[in-house]
Structures are given as structure tokens and as C-alpha cells.
Write a protein that binds this ligand. Sequence first.
Ligand code: AMP
Length: 112
Amino acid sequence: MLNDCLFCAIAAGEIPGTIVHQDELAVAFRDIDPVAPTHVLVIPRRHVRDLGELADHADDAQAVLAAVREVARIEGLADYRTVLNTGAGAGQSVFHVHAHVIGGRGLSWPPG
Ligand code: AMP
């Protein structure tokens, strides 16, 4: 856990979060400002900054993908979008890697 990391604190239960699913390596919780009926963030418990760092930790990367699949199952989503913003210029605002799982409404492409 990294001091001053919001998502580490949510994973540790130090800051409230609406947990949807968790296991040894990953945690899924609802986004505080949802853009769709389902908007869940999936994080590794390990503090890694972004997708580039996550790629160096195969077990954590696998756990994140499996947790995304589990969130979709729990939420009853056959169709959903998974987004990992990497870098401030791409919209990353929290520098603990997270996969947005967005669904429950129609989703257009390309995104904004
Ligand atoms: P990103 O901009 O891709 O880094 O995504 C960060 C996401 O974290 C945004 O969608 C925020 O709404 C969400 N967020 C920020 N603070 C919290 C919080 N305390 N609990 C849940 N989600 C949060």
C-alpha cells in the first residue's frame, strides 16, 4: 500500500467504497461519479501506477481481468466496455491502475 493513494485506502477499507467483488489480488468497487447504470472500477491490491506497470505483474493483471469478468457476471452484463486510461492526457486522474467497467446502457464508438 502506498501512502496517500485513494484506491489503496479503499482496497484496505480505510476509506468507504461500495465493493462489488474482491479476492486476494483484486478489488472492484462502484465509481463515485457513474457515467452509466453500471460503472465499476477494478484495481489490483498491489499499488501499480498504470497499465504499463501492471504488465510487469502477470498475476495481478490476470486477477484484474478475471475480476472484470466477474463484475460483468454479477451485474448481468452481456455487453460492456472496459477502459484503462493511461496518463493525464488520456484522462487518468488516479494513479493506481484501474479498469472502468461500464454498461447497462447503449455505448457509442468512438468515445470522446
Ligand atoms: P480516471 O479518470 O480514469 O483516473 O478514473 C478515476 C475514477 O475514479 C473517476 O471515474 C472517478 O469518478 C473515480 N473516483 C474518484 N474518487 C472516487 C472514490 N472515492 N470512490 C470511487 N470512485 C472514485
